[in-house]
Design a protein around this ligand. Sequence first.
Ligand code: ADP
Length: 271
Amino acid sequence: VVFVLFFVIECSVIFLRLYRRGLDQLDELRLERDRVQAAYEVKSQFVSVVSHELRTPLTSINGALGLLRTGAYDADPAKARNILEIAHKNSIRLSALINDLLDLQKIESGQMSYNFEEIDLSDTIDECIGSMETFAQAYGITIDFKPPERSAIVVGDRDRLHQVLDNLMSNAIKFSRRGEKVHVRVRRDADRILVEVEDRGIGIPPDSRDKVFGKFTQVDSSDRRSHGGTGLGLCIAQEIMAAHGGSVDYSSTLGEGTTFVIDFPLKDRTK
Ligand code: ADP
């Protein structure tokens, strides 16, 4: 009897161990399936965004060049110039898309490189506002920036910070209503320098954080139709700010507006 009992207990222990191992393997398989599914979703979003974002400007460039080729506007240089302008704008849009894709590739392979130097943030913001002027005018938006009294020196990569600020300002412009103002401010707290880009635009719904910072995602897919964009800008900005020892964050009220904030460690607290 003792032997049988011992045998039954031993078999039950072995069975329970096997059962437990089976459950663990099942969990691993489920995790793997979720990973594959997530990768598949990113890939299909990639294909749909990239093909749409490539096709739209290319169609426009083809149309413009086709019209010019027929000689239909030979007698009207002003119209011909307009059409060339459209082709030019769309080729800029194409290069922006390709740059975003190359940056994403660099981020994912850990090959993003930075050229760090001392930078006065007020100068970088002024440069960005200057380069954004025509874009802001097209949307009927003015950008307001009063440089801070104390200099705002950070250690950063000039071009990459330009890229982050361009992204925040162009989003603020795109998602504002005509005639509105976008405010840019530099603030300091105990150990950080913060740059805020505030708009009074359409705002972001409370549950959309993943979409805002995700790859190829936009809060409302109709945004893509009305404003273009790849949904990559903020994902890249997050990576760039992390490399500066900082971050990107936002607060927003739907229908009232959004404030994006980037922050940097203070270079020298005495300045
Ligand atoms: P995109 O190229 O689509 O602008 P981003 O990564 O810069 O990509 O932004 C992702 C999405 O976050 C936008 O498509 C938009 O839905 C939302 N978003 C970003 N900034 C703002 C803003 N200031 N106001 C409202 N929505 C915004």
